[in-house]
Design a protein around this ligand. Structure first.
Ligand code: FES
Length: 109
């Protein structure tokens, strides 16, 4: 669910769409919106699990302060999805614990 009409922010432009992938699942997103917004709109609430207790975390502060929304975005762990704007074809993965960088094919070690 999205707020498409707001008394202060005005109307949301929903005409330009992109596709991101969350754990391989295609998610329709609006151009210019944060990753967390697109995931919430798709019904995804769990973005990462904690290191020790393996508890699920999702969006909390929504302003880039708490780190609860961290995911692996295009291979980069600990990306705050509430302040990261979507890009067509973006690969987003649920982060387990501290996360780790993913090797990309063809990259030098
Ligand atoms: S929800 Fe707090 S940093 Fe993103």
């Amino acid at each position: 669910m999205r707020i498409v009409e707001h008394p202060i922010l005005d109307e949301l432009d929903t005409s330009k769409k992109v596709t991101i992938y969350c754990d391989g699942q295609p998610i329709e997103a609006l151009e210019g919106e944060p990753v967390a917004s697109a995931l919430m709109n798709a019904g995804i609430r769990s973005f990462r699990t904690t290191q020790k207790r393996k508890e699920k975390r999702g969006i909390f502060c929504a302003i880039g302060r708490c780190t609860d929304c961290m995911m692996i975005v295009d291979g980069v762990p600990n990306t705050r999805t509430c302040v990261t704007i979507v890009r067509d074809g973006m690969q987003v993965k649920t982060q387990e614990g501290l996360g780790s960088f993913e090797e990309k094919k063809g990259e030098d070690k």
